[in-house]
Design a protein around this ligand. Sequence first.
Ligand SMILES: Nc1nc2c(c(=O)[nH]1)N[C@H]1C(S)=C(S)[C@@H](COP(=O)(O)O)O[C@H]1N2
Ligand SMILES: [Mo]
Length: 326
Amino acid sequence: MYRDPLIAPSEITPRALYQNRREWLKLAAAGAAFAAGGDVFAQATTGGGKLAKLPGAKSAVAGALTMEKPTAYQDATTYNNFYEFGTDKADPAQHAQTLRPRPWSVSIEGECNKPQTLDIDALMKLSAMEERIYRLRCVEGWSMVIPWVGYSLAEVIKRAEPNSRAKYVEFTSLADPKQMPGVRSGVLDWPYIEGLRIDEAMHPLALLAFGMYGEVLPNQNGAPVRLVMPWKYGFKSAKSIVKIRFVEKQPTSSWTKAAQQEYGFYSNVNPNVDHPRWSQATERRIGEGSGGLSGLFAKRRPTLMFNGYEAQVGQLYAGMDLKKNF
Ligand SMILES: Nc1nc2c(c(=O)[nH]1)N[C@H]1C(S)=C(S)[C@@H](COP(=O)(O)O)O[C@H]1N2
Ligand SMILES: [Mo]
């Protein structure tokens, strides 16, 4: 039987999902949850109501508005990977309250004409906020659909005026052991580093996100600013970013450093290239199917090439051997 590779049996029913399930059963008993109509959809696209509102105009970028039903906010904010707060899916929601998203600044540096340090509030004003509904596919074999709020990363890159040596962009997440208990563990080499080729980073779908579900990002989802790369495995979407650096050489990401043969530089979603320890052909959508909201017994759905964004991003990899450049 297929089992999610990085999920320990102890994590199969994270407490939050359990509580969620009890709520759901209560609703079901009242007959409400069976009316799977518009109300359920409306519920799924609004936030928890506890964070500041951050509206975004519906994006006009091609491919930016998936028509699939968004994952429930409750699921998207309690089933997370953010190893700076622990490795269990429930850890970030339980421990990320110590993260302080203000004051915050992002340093933009390296091979560019206009290096600068931007306060988060200035960064947020740099371009108009858009809503983008993206599929997010984790390398572990699960996926969600999340309505993000932000603008194209290209807006920031253009402002910094990268020079001709800027072939790649490196992203660094905060690594403060005072705010992030997981950073005291050796599970990854901190700070969390990710990288993109500059043309990937300039693609209009590459998103710098400040919010989700019409509100600012919850800490566990990478407040106050993160990357979202919808055609790549989730780990490429670095959270709580403090540095964006233009470099000439291909950066080594924390995951590549941890297991070079398992996590390549590109990490494009590709159902035809298996992870050395499991297949990438199918995925389970979080919140779908029977067996509780964790959807453990949900039918797995086929994973799409480039996570369904092939028409938009396929050209970036024309002529490349995607088995070698995984
Ligand atoms: N800094 C940092 N960024 C990170 C991670 C992390 O552990 N640390 N996990 C990644 C992984 S594996 C995934 S699947 C996504 C999950 O994003 P979400 O919790 O908002 O769904 O964040 C990515 N960004
Ligand atoms: Mo992931």
